[in-house]
Ligand binder design. Sequence first.
Ligand SMILES: Cc1cc2nc3c(=O)[nH]c(=O)nc-3n(C[C@H](O)[C@H](O)[C@H](O)COP(=O)(O)OP(=O)(O)OC[C@H]3O[C@@H](n4cnc5c(N)ncnc54)[C@H](O)[C@@H]3O)c2cc1C
Length: 498
Amino acid sequence: MSQKYDIVIIGSGPGGLTSGLILANAGYKVLILEKHYIVGGGLHNFRRKGVNFDTGIHYVGSLGEGQVLNQLYKYFGILDDLHLQKLDDDCFDLISFGGKEYKLAQGFERFRETLTAYFPEEAKAIKTFVDDICTITGEEELYNLRLPPENPKPYNEKIQISVDQYLRGLTSNKDLQLVLGSLNSLYGGKRESASLYTHAFITHHLIRSAYRFKYGSQELADILAAKIREKGGEIKLRQEVTGFEYDGKLISAVLTKSGERFETKNVISSTHPAITLSMIEEGRLRKAYRKRISSVANTFSSFGLYIKLKKNTLPYINYNIQEYRGEDTWGVDLYPKVQFPEGYFACTTMDPQNEKMAETLLVITLMDYNELKKWEHTSVGKRGEDYLKFKEEHAQKLFDFLERRFPDIREQTEAYYTSTPLTLRDYLGAVEGSMYGLQLDYRMPAKSFLPVHTHIPNLIFTGQNINLHGLLGTSMSAIISSGVFVDLRQLITDIRNA
Ligand SMILES: Cc1cc2nc3c(=O)[nH]c(=O)nc-3n(C[C@H](O)[C@H](O)[C@H](O)COP(=O)(O)OP(=O)(O)OC[C@H]3O[C@@H](n4cnc5c(N)ncnc54)[C@H](O)[C@@H]3O)c2cc1C
């Protein structure tokens, strides 16, 4: 008979680890089961030729003094252990389209002034945009570490406003619309369905402050994991959860592919909701519930190019670059196949021996999962020669496009590696390699917003599909999900006062 846990958490991404530490801190006997051989989910790094590559967290907002992630990490007692690199105040993201470039600055005043210098006639529209995103995010209790209302609404009505319609109503200046809408790529937003609410959060949390993990985001995963163990929690790797045992209506044990069985009083799942539901046997859930969750579309997937640079060839760049081939900052996922890539996100990491120079250049562009259908039934390392050829062809197309900004990039490259939507599927359990999980849609708010409670009373959701993705979104979701087991108001008070 295996040991009985209070809470088994499925997945060790930022959602699972943050929930795990909150609950271990509160005295619960926690076990995290992770299918990968390394902790971290989107936080995990891989290492090649002596250098680290980030996979799913390249920069993060709201880590500044008093802001939500800063307070959370103070509360955990780990803030001082993290090596954080603040991106340039006058430019955290360089947006480039149609031969024009715009800097997005940190701090609301500087953001406004920088954009007003590009668009002097649009000063009023820019101010209104900043005021509006501050109002929308200002109303969200958790984001501002205020106590939640006794009877919270299932979702904020602001989600029912289209960001595209909002931007078109704000200004007739097309370039300004595109600049203010450009961070849609950070949540997989589509022009026809993206909500002002999501857009406001993603934009606001980065203008508030934008950081990257100087030595890679694995550091955060390792530190969270160590703290969980210190508090008596356990983490087991290479344990893919496949199903449950029940006692009446409640889950009583979690079963893994390797044949192990872990008795538990509760389960928190951070995996994609459709994957979690596939672990539950037929007959235990209403068909309509399964159908509702499986019918929500997923955000698009991506192709990654991870470049190890030759030493001292490319200066370190303390901002990210969002480059678009055409005159649009939306719809990169709609690339015509002959013109891959339609755009990219690029960032460098510092060479620890010479911080002025870059050690790696990471480039991400969107890719349709359907292009990989042919290899859908293959697994890592066993996809065949034609798959390797596909990856190489796409890497070369990306290099061609990169050369516009980095003319010597091929000569500066010592080695490079690539990832496809299948890599994301197989390493993260991401359905169809989706980057950010479920696609939020302003036209269907009730369908897009998933409550933490499921139809199994002791099974709770957490992770990027609750409310918002990214390190910010999953940390907030972890607080909400943990609130099922701890006094949420006290937890928020403790985080605020840390
Ligand atoms: C290419 C890319 C770039 C991104 N860039 C950024 C960025 O710069 N900043 C940012 O904030 N966000 C970024 N994101 C989003 C961010 O990575 C995710 O929102 C975040 O990692 C989600 O965290 P999570 O805990 O919900 O899930 P994940 O991090 O996906 O973790 C889920 C974990 O569950 C495990 N798992 C899955 N199925 C099982 C199972 N059956 N049994 C056991 N374990 C299982 C997986 O292996 C994984 O470790 C990016 C995402 C991608 C794909």
